[in-house]
Design a protein around this ligand. Structure first.
Ligand code: CO
Length: 149
């Protein structure tokens, strides 16, 4: 495993839409492993592939309950709402209040290409939405209601 460079706010790659993953090969596994290690090294709870310069629909999340790997994730159901502080490893030092659904259900593929469904609430739901936004080239900054000191 290796740490990858995290792209920051002014990097245009963060504003591009990511491509669907079609090859479930060893390279994808290495990307997922590297992304997880990179996220952990920076105390993050989520990381999307464009943040390490790869325009593919790949996400890792760990809100404290172990790693979640999402390839080609699609949110299929949301409910409720929550407003809370959000940050991003690509925008260091900036935090803001963002409204998100409180409950999210999504489907995704694992590193072998198997489809599965999973759901999350509160922080996990927030991370799922934030990381799926990255795959569309969207940063949380556009959704901030109020920036925090
Ligand atoms: Co982010």
């Amino acid at each position: 495993m290796a740490l990858r460079e995290i792209r920051e706010k002014d990097d245009e790659i963060l504003y591009k839409k990511c491509k669907v993953v079609k090859k479930f090969d060893n390279k994808l596994g290495i990307l997922l492993d590297d992304m997880y290690e990179t996220m952990k090294s920076r105390d993050g709870v989520g990381l999307a592939a464009p943040q390490v310069g790869i325009l593919k629909r790949v996400v890792v999340i760990d809100v404290g309950d172990g790693p979640i790997e999402l390839v080609n994730p699609e949110i299929i159901e949301t409910s409720g709402s929550q407003t809370g502080s959000e940050g991003c490893l690509s925008v260091p030092g900036v935090y803001g209040e963002v409204e998100r659904p409180n409950h999210v259900k999504l489907k995704a593929q694992d590193r072998n290409g198997e489809w599965f469904e999973t759901e999350g609430e509160e922080l996990l739901a927030r991370a799922m939405c934030h990381e799926c936004d990255h795959l569309e080239g969207e940063l949380f900054l556009d959704k901030v209601i109020e920036f925090l000191e």
